[in-house]
Design a protein around this ligand. Structure first.
Ligand code: SF4
Length: 241
């Protein structure tokens, strides 16, 4: 952990997400990136960065199974903020081998298969993308999931040793994000209008009207304790990289 950035980010005078973003971007310069999956946290962070007059490189992982609405959202955001999104793709050999051996829907068969698919389509590309940075910014929040209750605004990345994760929205809730989006006319993913609370791959995400658990629509066939894809925690047993 780099002590000076840790003190900088957690300083009592630096409570707002904008303050955290300013300190982190000024500290890391072009060695920090914003991970974007086009969910509400990510678009709010991008808008905040725009408003504080900073620029940051934005990257996104195209798993090959994203919904069409994710691409249209990406285009709108790219045009509105005048940014280029750095898309990162899985290694095609790994995807082809998995599909040849296990079929197109292996992730529905077992948690182990699901983690293998997330590992190939998400975790490995993320690891490659992070090679360009010392730190990355995420839209994660403590109220999203049982596995995120201990989230801190700045933390060592347990999956990518030596990298720092900055979570400026750690103490925000979903209502605050929507208030910000409407107040600032921020473009957002259209699947939210269809009852989605969280958005990922098309085949592993569904609408969940009436639910309060934000991740209820993700891997709905699994228990809540397992609803991480390996981007933020290492899987037990070592298969999650
Ligand atoms: S969310 Fe589903 S389709 Fe996407 S990488 Fe994970 S298991 Fe595969």
């Amino acid at each position: 952990m780099t002590e000076d950035i840790y003190s900088l980010i957690t300083h009592p005078d630096r409570q707002s997400p904008e303050d955290v973003l300013t300190a982190a971007i000024d500290h890391y310069g072009d060695r920090i990136g914003l991970a974007m999956s086009f969910q509400i946290g990510g678009v709010v962070l991008l808008d905040m960065i725009h408003r504080i007059g900073r620029r940051v490189s934005v990257f996104s992982i195209d798993t090959g199974r994203l919904p069409e609405e994710t691409y249209t959202c990406a285009e709108r955001i790219s045009q509105q903020y005048g940014i280029e999104i750095h898309w990162v793709f899985p290694r095609h050999e790994a995807v082809e081998t998995m599909i040849r051996k296990k079929g197109l829907y292996s992730f529905k068969v077992s948690a182990e298969n699901r983690k293998e698919c997330c590992s190939i389509r998400k975790v490995e590309p993320l690891t490659r993308a992070l090679g360009a940075y010392d730190a990355w910014i995420t839209g994660r929040r403590t109220d999203q999931l049982v596995t995120r209750k201990e989230l801190k605004v700045i933390e060592d990345d347990p999956v990518h040793p030596g990298k720092i994760k900055i979570n400026p929205l750690e103490h925000w809730n979903r209502d605050q994000l929507w208030e910000y989006i409407h107040a600032h006319n921020v473009p957002y993913h259209q699947l939210y209008n269809e009852g989605y609370l969280s958005i990922g791959c098309e085949c592993c995400t569904r609408s969940c009207k009436g639910e309060t658990d934000e991740r209820a629509g993700r891997w709905w066939w699994e228990s809540p304790e397992h609803k991480e894809c390996g981007l933020h925690i290492s899987y037990q047993g070592g298969s999650g990289i």
